[in-house]
Write a protein that binds this ligand. Structure first.
Ligand SMILES: [Zn+2]
Length: 371
């Protein structure tokens, strides 16, 4: 029983995004012995490449499940190409506009109504709304990927967000009205803190193997939209586990791990990890990494696990951040970044002509001193 996980290249210059295709099951067998999923679609252009990828490498135009992790444009824009050009079984996406009645009490400016909030969501998250419109027009079933959603066999399991956490972060999305309990701050203090756009020279500092410089990000280090990302666990028939994280941050990942522990799913066989948010240091800290992979290993120990990072060709130094790839490597996880080319993780899969072994990101003895 095998698996192929393809991360397509997204982003010509410095803008990252996600476009992922996964096939698992008996990869030497018939189509109905396999499950095929897509996760996000990147830009419009990569969405079309993802369609071609499924046809060329998975030899089918039928996708069982098409996931949208969260509504940001770098994930959602390309997904409409999948619905337009492939035969999709079920669409798994959150419908932000469907939760307005549940969250509207949190705003108290006297003008918001559930329908005005829904209207704002549809307008501001236009790429995601387009996917819903397309799916409904095709009569496809749409399922919101909340913790607890799983295939009958348990091969695909959503670990987060719970519906409660989703609604909490949804109320903090950029386009939402100001929350009733939000702290107000004066304009003058914001003006005083304006960061100039002038380019800064990068200072480098040394990082030793036994000295983790990755620090726990602040609770609000990544956006509410990112923390709304669906977090998926795929378990193949041979028991290997693959964790896909979208752009989730530490609060979202911590809750997903708590949820997994609560339902008795332990991640001891985790051998593949999607580094969230294109390798940003705002989305991972030592605590989550220790829970996933254990603590720092001895110098020179062989990494046995794999991480993939969807990042633009010119995404450095933000995507991926060297503190993140170092932190993974010292916990036994080697990472591979897309950076302008597709990468493939495979197990018991047929050979692919023209594909060669990729080089993992090395340990960096110098990291950016950008704090
Ligand atoms: Zn993103």
């Amino acid at each position: 029983m095998g698996i192929e996980i393809d991360f397509l290249a997204v982003g010509e210059a410095s803008k990252s995004g996600d476009a992922i295709a996964i096939r698992f099951g008996n990869l030497q067998g018939r189509r109905d012995e396999q499950t095929i999923i897509t996760i996000d679609g990147g830009t419009r252009e990569t969405g079309e490449k993802l369609v071609e990828h499924v046809k060329t490498h998975f030899h089918t135009s039928k996708v069982d499940f098409s996931f949208l992790t969260h509504p940001d444009g770098d994930h959602a824009s390309g997904m409409s190409a999948i619905l337009e050009n492939l035969e999709v079984g079920k669409v798994l996406m959150h419908r932000p506009w469907a939760h307005s009645a549940a969250i509207h009490d949190l705003f108290d400016d006297g003008r918001t109504t559930p329908s005005s909030i829904s209207e704002r969501s549809r307008e501001s998250l236009a790429a995601a709304h387009e996917i819903e419109t397309l799916a409904l027009a095709k009569g496809l079933e749409i399922i919101e990927p909340f913790a607890g959603i799983a295939t009958t066999s348990g091969s695909i399991r959503v670990l987060g967000p719970t519906i409660e956490y989703y609604r909490e972060v949804l109320s903090q999305f950029d386009h939402m009205p100001v929350l009733a309990n939000a702290q107000s701050f004066s304009l003058s203090s914001i003006a005083g803190g304006v960061i100039t756009a002038a380019a800064r020279a990068i200072n480098w500092i040394a990082e030793r193997w036994d000295q983790d410089l990755l620090v726990e990000p602040e609770e609000d280090a990544t956006s509410a939209e990112n923390n709304s990302s669906a977090i998926l666990l795929i378990t193949t028939a041979n028991g290997k586990q693959y964790l896909l994280t979208g752009d989730a941050g530490v609060p979202a990942l911590t809750r997903a791990l708590d949820y997994a522990a609560g339902i008795g799913v332990n991640l001891t066989n985790l051998n593949f990890f999607q580094v969230p948010h294109h390798g940003s240091k705002r989305n991972l800290g030592p605590a989550v990494l220790n829970r996933l992979f254990g603590g720092i290993q001895a110098t020179g120990s062989n990494p046995t696990k794999t991480a993939f990072i969807s990042c633009a060709k010119e995404g450095a130094p933000k995507h991926p951040n060297k503190r993140v790839t170092n932190a993974l490597l010292r916990r036994g996880v080697k990472s591979f970044s897309t950076a302008g080319k597709g990468v493939l993780q495979h197990d018991e899969a047929p050979p692919r002509a023209g594909w060669s072994a990729a080089s993992p990101v090395p340990f960096h003895g110098q990291v950016e001193d950008d704090d």
